[in-house]
Design a protein around this ligand. Structure first.
Ligand code: HEC
Length: 137
């Protein structure tokens, strides 16, 4: 390898570190195998509350898709709301689904990207099932 090739390699490696150093930025597919299929109709209430498989899938899906803004273990670093404090009831379910599906886009600014079409309904409720297991402090 000559000097220029070495330099090129070094630059490649450091950009990769930059892109992946803080968790993935592109949405990550979630394997929801093992969960009851929910069909196409959007549900109003979390069908997986207390479901162990869902909670495990949800924890992984959260880390891959949400933690970079909402914090590891949903302990917010201040960039985005602390999701441990969402109400653990059907109102909380409704608000959660509205947000995760539509994201938060105002005046052309994307505060949170929409996840509808990226994650399936099963993955969305699995994340919710995980979030409500977290201690509030
Ligand atoms: C790019 C950063 C980013 C990512 C990624 C992201 N969010 Fe958000 N989220 C935000 C911000 C910022 C807000 C506050 C939006 C506002 O100001 O209206 C928010 C708001 C929310 C809310 C409403 C919270 C409340 O207290 O009102 C929920 C629920 C939520 N996000 C869930 C998720 C979930 C679940 C994921 C992963 C699938 C996720 N978000 C990924 C940035 C993000």
């Amino acid at each position: 390898m000559n000097k220029i090739q070495k330099l090129g390699l070094a630059i490649l490696v450091s950009t990769a570190a930059l892109a992946f150093g803080h968790g993935s930025v592109t949405p990550q597919p979630v394997d929801t195998k093992g969960l009851e299929n929910l069909g196409k109709e959007w549900l109003e209430e979390n069908p997986y509350k207390g479901n162990k498989t869902a909670i495990e899938i949800g924890e992984h899906a959260y880390s891959e898709n949400c933690a970079r803004c909402h914090g590891l273990g949903a302990v917010s670093g201040g960039i985005a709301p602390d999701l441990r404090y969402l109400e653990d009831n059907i109102d909380g379910d409704e608000w959660y689904m509205e947000r995760i599906r539509g994201g938060a886009v105002r005046n052309g600014n994307v505060y949170m990207p929409p996840f509808e079409g990226v994650l399936n309904q099963e993955a969305m409720w699995a994340i919710r099932a995980y979030l409500i297991t977290l201690p509030k402090d």
